[in-house]
Design a protein around this ligand. Sequence first.
Ligand code: DQA
Length: 143
Amino acid sequence: MKRIAVINGPNLNLLGSREPDKYGSKTLDEINGLVSREAESLGAVCEFFQSNSEGELVTAIQRASDADGIIINAGAYTHYSIAIRDAIAAIAAPVIEAHISNVHAREEFRRISVIAPVCMGVIAGFGPNSYILALHALLRQGD
Ligand code: DQA
């Protein structure tokens, strides 16, 4: 069975109450539940991790290096964390960068991703479905 790690960064633990106009009303637990059920229906299993700390996210990426794929929403770290970029570049597992909001339709600084060049691809702007789409992309590699 394929194992996918789903890693969420800073402030994503506040989903549900955090700026619902931008991020919707579902909590992270609810989103993880949807992703987990989708994975099950596709014959895969997901492991979930969230942290507000850059170092803990780096460690989570290193620990997930033997997974079949990683979905990461690095939150604001996306835009400036070289440590997270280096962690992704250091492992062989394919990584998809996911965002709930369309980062390209917001502030200028959100258009920059320092992790995108070392990811397999980027999915942004589909709400919680961004995670589901990333899951499909990872599980359909090679099709
Ligand atoms: C986000 C977009 C980021 O710019 C922001 O800092 C977040 C959430 C998203 O999922 O849309 O924390 O990654």
